[in-house]
Design a protein around this ligand. Sequence first.
Ligand code: UDP
Length: 356
Amino acid sequence: MPTSVMVTGGLGYIGSHAVQRLLRDGHDVVIIDNLFRGHREVLELLARDADAAKRIHFVHADVANRAAVREALLQHRVTTVMHFAALAYVGESVESPVGYYRNNVGGLIELLTAMDEARRLQSSNGPAGVSRFVFSSTCAVYGDTSGADKPLAEETSLSPVSPYGRSKLMCEQLLSDEAARLHAQGVDFACAMLRYFNVCGCDRSGVLGEDHRPETHLIPIILEVASGKRECLTVFGEDYATPDGTAIRDYIHVEDLVDAHVRVMNALRNGEQRVYNVGTGQGASVREVLRAAREVTGREIAVKIVSRRAGDAARAVADPTKIMQELAWKPSVPELREMIASAWAWMQRHPRGYGS
Ligand code: UDP
């Protein structure tokens, strides 16, 4: 049933893909974005068709701007929140831990408070406010997975090694405690924490892309080399205990990740708290990604091998059994080549990112 969904960080990479899908599914969408790393151009692209334009509402505000968020929740009678807005670079979080905790944990505290304030204002007349909450978490909550030769299931112990990972784990705990309180008080509420693996690729209709500034992720960097924007890929370590010595990750297409959000949003029932890994369960090494990218682009991609990047695990691959069984989710883009091809197509059309 169409509903009103708030998407925080809706002009960023993953958030924008979520907005596109929600609009396609007929929902109303309220975007909260402070435009720190999001792109204003995305709004125009998402609102290109007249019907979507009527159902998309943008509030230029930080998620920690409680008054602005509360007003938006009330005005648009929001019933579901998808919370993407966060800082998400491991290295940066080591440089600026306080900034990461303030943004990620502080942002969620203000958002939950705004939801509560709106709920109190609403309860006497009209709908009961936000009842479903989907949170962007990360496999970084598992911490150092170097010793793990098996895929990571949700029960894996949680011991994040970076301020980024710790801030996300704190958010999970905070959300869980708040959900328990709401449930105990008889409020209709349920939440899900989705632990993302390595999200990549772009919308296959060719509208939305991945434009991070700065860019640190493997696939976009490889494609920047292929397109001549960078001289070479710096491979961080070739001495891992993996078959080719390079680190293994679980790459998942952004549209499949978004599909997991939609499925869990529809499945959640009052009082539930669910946790799912979202990955394909297939690992690919840096060398394998490179090989696939060479095939897709037909370009030589120069590499330079350097030492390991601090904090990188040898291997991080999801065990996605739980989400596959409980939500009947399965990747529609399981092939690395197709994931890369979607990113390459967008990059060729937008050589300097959004605005080009
Ligand atoms: N990587 C690399 N060179 C780069 C960027 C990444 O060798 O310029 C490697 C990185 O060490 C890791 C994998 O590629 O093994 C994926 O890194 P990314 O930053 O994309 O995601 P992460 O797994 O750190 O979240």
